[in-house]
Design a binder for this molecule. Structure first.
Ligand code: GLC
Length: 398
């Protein structure tokens, strides 16, 4: 079988880590499959990760102005500005479209597996005879521009995989006739595993320090502001905690789309405004992200909008960490409150502060939740199941 994966970013966000898992699964299930990965961006961290998987990587960077377009730069109030933005690069876009179409047509795959909004759009607009899978990692209903554009290119030979029931329901409201199958994301449970030997990744002078971290891209809806406000609340109400707790923001602004992300300096300024700069440290993403989870005692997920899945939640759970989850969307499907994680109201810093404090105060609870969390991941999110699930859907399509 010959498969083309299409992906918009070459950075290692959640969707890209899923892409790597998908290819790993296919390799296990179909060792002789010919796999091509077309990335519509210049080279980045994903390329190294793809190397051991025996795939051919083709980089076709979108022209800059188009790469930066996204729903966050689409303001429905300023319709003419938007149209202008969209149509000025039309020539560049047409040239690019032809280049992509020729590349895909030359490879002549059996099917195309698209992993990002932009590649769903581009891939489906090519109108090639092969079936296409849209792998749905994010909700569509709030993406004003994308929703319209995808309607425009949607055709009969498109199937979809959703990363949660919540994501599936959201897409079904907009595309009632699109066949969508839920396949929950998976993690490599050998890589994401508890390992006390790796704790030194975040060094500290005090071995008893309790480390609380938010691991996320700098997308504004990931709730960095809520996390920082909850820290301010904790520091104010439990000043004695300062000696035993430290907070970490792990990640960066990795995507190209304009306006949708915090910058590091904005977040640093927020810690100053809240008077908590001495409690918070910033750490970049690393490709061995499991060593970060293993350095932390409590992992916080604070998304202010419903999270379609929440890969970092499952990764941290696999490392036996006590995770606090903003309890909405697909993230709410991943755990049982008070058993293998703690759920909190999204967007509520006081609720989050209470949950963090609860776990700071109770090491026994932290470890009981961590143990149950690992077990949940082994049962429900183990990477070993993925290849067969994907091949099953491929076979149905073909
Ligand atoms: C997107 C979603 C996130 C999910 C990831 C992998 O980034 O926003 O919730 O975990 O894709 O599916």
């Amino acid at each position: 079988m010959k498969i083309i994966f299409l992906n918009a970013s070459s950075q290692l966000g959640g969707a890209e880590r899923c892409l790597i898992d998908n290819i790993f699964g296919i390799r296990q299930e179909l060792p002789t499959a010919e796999i091509f990965v077309i990335i519509t961006a210049a080279s980045g961290a994903i390329v190294n990760e793809l190397q051991p998987l025996d795939v051919q990587v083709i980089l076709l960077p979108l022209p800059d102005r188009i790469a930066r377009l996204g729903d966050s730069s689409f303001d429905p109030q300023k319709i003419f500005v938007n149209l202008f933005r969209l149509f000025t690069p039309i020539n560049e876009l047409l040239n690019y479209w032809h280049q992509l179409r020729n590349t895909v047509a030359d490879i002549n795959p059996d099917l195309i597996h698209s992993n990002s909004f932009k590649t769903h759009l581009l891939g489906s607009s090519l109108r090639l005879p092969q079936p296409i899978i849209w792998h749905l990692h994010d909700f569509i209903s709030d993406r004003l521009l994308m929703k319209r554009l995808l309607h425009f290119v949607k055709h009969e030979n498109i199937w979809a995989i959703a990363n949660s029931k919540s994501t599936k329901d959201d897409w079904h409201n907009i595309f009632p006739r699109l066949p969508i199958k839920v396949i929950y994301n998976v993690v490599d449970i050998d890589r994401f595993a508890p390992d006390s030997g790796l704790r030194a990744t975040i060094p500290s002078d005090n071995p008893d320090l309790i480390k609380v971290g938010l691991v996320a891209t700098y997308a504004r809806w990931k709730g960095h502001d809520i996390f920082l406000q909850s820290i301010a609340h904790l520091v104010q109400h439990h000043p004695q905690s300062s000696a035993k707790v430290r907070f970490y923001i792990v990640g960066g602004a990795i995507y190209e789309t304009a306006r949708s992300q915090y910058s590091r300096s904005e977040l640093v300024q927020l810690t100053r405004d809240l008077n908590i700069e001495d409690w918070v440290e910033f750490i970049d993403f690393r490709s061995d992200i499991e060593s970060i989870y293993n350095s932390l005692d409590i992992v916080v997920h604070a998304s202010t909008k419903p999270e379609p899945f929440g890969r970092t939640i499952v990764e941290a759970m696999a490392c036996e960490k006590a995770v606090i989850v903003a309890n909405a969307g697909g993230a709410a499907e991943l755990f049982t409150h008070e058993r293998d994680a703690l759920g909190v109201t999204p967007g509520n810093p006081h609720d989050l502060a209470d949950a963090i404090w609860d776990l700071i105060e109770s090491p026994t609870k932290r470890s009981a939740i961590g143990t149950a969390a690992r077990q949940t991941v082994v049962e429900r999110f183990n990477r070993d199941r993925l290849g067969a699930e994907l091949v099953d859907i491929y076979t149905q399509m073909l």
